[in-house]
Design a protein around this ligand. Structure first.
Ligand code: SF4
Length: 276
């Protein structure tokens, strides 16, 4: 095989210029990171791998991010949203928030209007991931960059051009025609994996998850779901129109979660991840 040609055809070769690799802490973006490392070797300074912690990831997700960094010898910058300037904080596996602190700060301003994020207005993703990472990169002197997004071919309907003039989106997984099967195959043969149940990735009680998934989370992790319910009660509003986390939790407690259909997840569809 012609070496030069095969390298040119490798969709994971970094584009020219600065490249942000957003690592969501899920299997798909972990797989993407591995493919990028495989294609490029050690990353140059112009490429940064960033994980934006919301404080609502499962502890196993935080461990997974750290394990990818350690085992693959790739530096990952951990960021968290904070209300105070410069509106981001660099943390680490040990220092990362574990009880929704960045999330609470992100909604604080809008909470006075009883406005929680919802399916139509995901300001949580925008504030805690998209803008937090942007502020960090701009502070580091970046003016323009490629934003690497872990969207696969089987979820290509989620592919969108960037709305921000500073960056252009890059979708190497979709370009390489990688699907959920490739992701599953990789992790089933890998020596470590993300240790969370299906649908528990990203924010544990994310309002984009299906009713069935949230019911399963109430059954398996009632302590973690209580945070979402308490937040709704405190703010006096709900993440879903006409349904509260408390109602769902009460229902699961009385009836069990088996009556819910195992419908596809939105944010989590087929292991899809919150990519902003
Ligand atoms: S996973 Fe859900 S709750 Fe968390 S930032 Fe993304 S959209 Fe918001």
């Amino acid at each position: 095989m012609n070496y030069k040609r095969s390298m040119a055809e490798n969709k994971f070769i970094l584009p020219d210029g600065n490249v942000l690799i957003s690592f969501s802490g899920g299997r798909t973006s972990g797989f993407m990171l591995h493919k990028i490392l495989e294609a490029n070797g050690d990353l140059p300074d112009r490429a940064k791998v960033v994980f934006a912690n919301t404080g609502r990831e499962m502890p196993q997700t935080l461990d997974f991010v750290q394990e990818c960094s350690d085992r693959w010898n790739v530096p990952i910058t951990w960021l968290e949203y904070t209300q105070h300037k410069p509106k981001f904080e660099i943390v680490s596996h040990n220092a990362a928030s574990r009880n929704g602190e960045p999330f609470e700060q992100a909604i604080r301003k809008k909470a006075s209007d009883r406005f929680l994020p919802n399916q139509a207005i995901r300001y949580c993703t925008q504030e805690m991931k998209v803008l937090t990472i942007k502020r960090y990169l701009v502070r580091n002197g970046w003016k323009k960059w490629f934003n690497t997004v872990g969207i696969r071919k089987d979820e290509s309907h989620r592919i969108k051009p960037s709305k921000d003039k500073r960056w252009e989106n890059w979708f190497p997984l979709a370009a390489a025609e990688m699907t959920v099967h490739d992701v599953n195959k990789f992790w089933s043969n890998n020596e470590f994996d993300l240790q969370v149940m299906k649908g528990a990735g990203n924010c544990d009680g994310c309002f984009l998850k299906s009713e069935a998934q949230l019911a399963a989370m109430w059954r398996e992790h009632p302590d973690r779901m209580q945070w979402w319910s308490d937040l709704e009660i405190r703010i006096g509003s709900t993440f879903h129109k006409g349904r509260s986390y408390k109602e769902l939790g009460d229902f699961v407690e009385k009836q069990g979660s088996f009556i819910f259909d195992d419908e596809a997840y939105l944010c989590q569809q087929n292991f899809g991840e919150c990519t902003g």
